[in-house]
Ligand binder design. Sequence first.
Ligand SMILES: [Zn+2]
Length: 122
Amino acid sequence: MERVATKTDLEVLSADDAEIRDTDIAFSCPFCGKSLVIDYRGAGLEVRCTECGKEVLVPIPGGMELADLDLDTNEVLSQLFATRRNYQKAEFQIRLLREKLVQMQETLGVMQNVIAEGLAQS
Ligand SMILES: [Zn+2]
């Protein structure tokens, strides 16, 4: 099922009324901020924003090179999925670090109270 990416079979849609698939690229219009979504094969193409009508460049997902788009569809797909997995892992780690930060801030608060009480008593 190899398909060549052409502008004609790639339609950019508003993220509000489009069903976002795993293989879609979601991005914002740099001119009006509208959330847009397009098939991953649209990466690096210029499309017309559904909201303001300006030509916008579809971003290439992180970790993906434009040259990769010439690869076989399955290969591009597996790269896209790998990129998404890495992204999700990174997000998970950020969440863990945030929780740690909150815990450390609480500990710091307790320690500051103890010090303040100690100083008040001395
Ligand atoms: Zn726009």
